[in-house]
Design a protein around this ligand. Structure first.
Ligand code: DX5
Ligand code: ZN
Length: 219
């Protein structure tokens, strides 16, 4: 039985009690901690960056899964790795061409990071084909990046199924992560489609039954 990994997104955490919320999800056996970095340029929202990652990446034992929704990922990638990012996922749409995508992947690997590539809902999944052999993770956005609490976009399921087939046919180690509008129902659909990692923000943080919800996502 495949182990489904759960990555709570701290964008939905209580920033007045950030360490408390992180400890809560850690206690509830979350596997990864998802950091949503937004620059107000690539996406129409600004969240947090290096200082937050630096200060909390070492305060827990979960994997630091950093999702950078920023322009110029090549310029900033080293700083995120040095600040504690273990998985660093950047956007295909933030790169000027395929060459730059390969350069960012190689740069992350040169700094011993794991490289993830994310596509927005309107980006065709086939563009990932040429990168899969070099990637440690592909992140399928099931909402338009920029905000937590949005509704799941069902076309993400076809992308997950497509990637599951492509990765399995080639016997690649690349993980499939889905992000946006994940709850008990949408998680089930994503697992049936072949996902490995579930990101969830508003479904987890701020709920008393957080531990039960995490357990439910893993089933
Ligand atoms: C959106 C972020 C997501 C979001 C998830 O741009 O990448 O990680 O915070 O939040 P929910 O689970 O509430 O959709
Ligand atoms: Zn995210």
């Amino acid at each position: 039985m495949k182990k489904i990994l759960v990555a709570p997104s701290i964008l939905s955490a209580d920033f007045n009690n950030l360490l408390h919320d992180i400890k809560e999800v850690e206690k509830a056996k979350a596997d990864w901690l998802h950091f949503d970095v937004m620059d107000g340029h690539f996406v129409p929202n600004i969240s947090f960056g290096i200082p937050v990652l630096k200060s909390i990446s070492k305060s827990h034992s979960m994997v630091n899964d950093v999702h950078i929704m920023i322009s110029e990922p090549k310029k900033y990638a080293p700083e995120f790795i040095k600040s504690g990012a273990e998985f660093l996922t950047f956007h295909y749409e933030a790169c000027k061409d395929d060459q730059e995508v390969f350069e960012v992947i190689d740069l992350i690997h040169s700094l011993n990071g794991k490289a993830g590539l994310s596509i927005k809902p309107n980006t065709k999944v086939e563009i990932l084909d040429k990168f899969l052999e070099k990637l440690d993770l592909v992140l399928v956005m099931s909402v338009e990046p920029g905000f937590g609490g949005q509704s799941f976009i069902p076309s993400a399921l076809d992308k997950i199924a497509y990637l599951r087939r492509a990765i399995d046919e080639k016997g690649l180690p690349c993980l499939i992560e889905v992000d946006g509008g994940i709850n008990g129902e949408t998680a089930k659909l994503c697992k049936e489609a072949g996902v490995d990692v579930l990101v969830a923000g508003s479904y987890l943080f701020g709920h008393d039954d957080l531990a039960k919800r995490i357990e439910g996502l893993k089933e």
